[in-house]
Design a protein around this ligand. Structure first.
Ligand code: TXA
Ligand code: MG
Length: 314
């Protein structure tokens, strides 16, 4: 991520004015770029669904600049929300809570809950503050495709369909936020992310993990089996056994001399921060396949395995 420069301040002002007037602005967060609109403006929210090509049944998450702004959107702010927000906000944890009636149903896909987070990216925070409204933003990609981690990724796929793209360089976390529901009795992990189950349990005690999208009444969009996919078929491989044809191989332990290969970082945080970037690069080459070595089974790799398994699902 590049530093917040003074030149960014005027860009942010312009972007905030666009948000207030009902336009779409793509902006960096620490996870992936978001496709933002005023969360309380139904017509602006409609535009997000249209540009993303997203089914109406998928709720959007709302970005706020503070616990205070989060509380304006929810009926109830349980103690666990307070504890988690104090520990992980600003940061890559989305909390799902019962919504206030003034939060548009269109935004939450008819659910009576809303997903909220405070992003830690300086440009994102400045944008929300300057706009003075909560900003709804899914990842700034077309539905089911790879999430963007640079402004260039956004321009390539959504380009002229957004009023403005704020450029914050590379995102740092690199994969989407952890999504945790606090709306029912007991917390439920809906989407794994780099704030891990263990990180959350250290703060609020044992939580449940949603077993699969197919069994949930309202599967979250990130839970669709095929999601986060490059256009090039992605295969998970063990022991360096690669498909026939031409491709790129992202490896951890088993290098293969004959393939074009990219050594991926052994540390899961470093791995996550460059994963989508590498997949975007490989995808741009129109190869027969992208092979990725199956990451280790330890809990610290759960979110990365989740994204890769979904990307490999066809
Ligand atoms: O890191 C991120 O979360 C990025 C950046 C831009 O903040 N956003 C993102 O948004 O990934 P999207 O729309 O691609 O995914 C939104 C996720 C869904 O997977 C879903 O799990 C959850 O938010 N979500 C939102 N509202 C929900 C609700 N009311 N109930 C359950 N899940 C909800
Ligand atoms: Mg997404």
């Amino acid at each position: 991520m590049k530093d917040f420069a003074s030149s960014d301040a005027s860009e942010v002002k312009r972007a905030a004015a666009l948000i207030r007037s009902g336009e779409l602005v793509a902006f960096p967060t620490e996870t992936v770029y978001g496709l933002g609109a005023n969360a309380l403006d139904i017509l602006a929210v409609e535009k997000i669904y249209a540009v993303k090509g997203r089914p109406a049944g998928s709720p959007l998450i709302v970005h706020v600049d503070s616990i205070e702004m989060a509380r304006t959107l929810v009926r109830d702010w349980p103690e666990n929300a307070e504890k988690l927000a104090r520990k992980f906000w600003p940061g890559p944890l989305t909390l799902v809570l019962p919504k206030e009636p003034h939060v548009p149903d269109r935004l939450t896909a008819g659910l009576d809950t809303v997903g909220i987070r405070v992003p830690s990216n300086a440009i994102a925070l400045a944008l929300i503050r300057e706009a003075g409204v909560p900003i709804a933003a899914p990842s700034a990609n077309r539905f089911t495709e790879l999430s963007p981690t640079t402004a260039q990724h956004v321009r390539e796929t959504l380009g002229d369909r957004v009023a403005m793209v704020l450029d914050g360089g590379h995102t740092t976390v690199g994969i989407e936020s952890t999504v945790l529901s606090l709306a029912g009795t007991g917390a439920i992990l809906l989407r794994p992310g780099m704030v891990s189950q263990a990180d959350i349990e250290a703060v609020i005690g044992p939580i449940r993990v949603s077993r699969s999208a197919e069994t949930a009444a309202h599967p979250a969009p990130g839970m669709h089996p095929r999601h986060y996919s490059p256009r090039t078929p992605l295969v998970l491989v063990d022991d360096g056994i690669l498909p026939a044809g031409k491709g790129i191989y992202l490896w951890l332990r088993h290098q293969v001399d004959s393939a074009r290969s990219v050594k991926m970082p052994d540390d899961p945080r470093a791995y996550a921060s460059i994963l989508y970037e590498k997949l975007h690069e490989a995808d741009a080459e129109h190869l027969d396949w992208i092979a990725v070595e199956t990451p280790p089974q330890d809990a610290s790799w759960t979110a990365i395995r989740d994204r890769l398994e979904r990307a490999a699902a066809r």
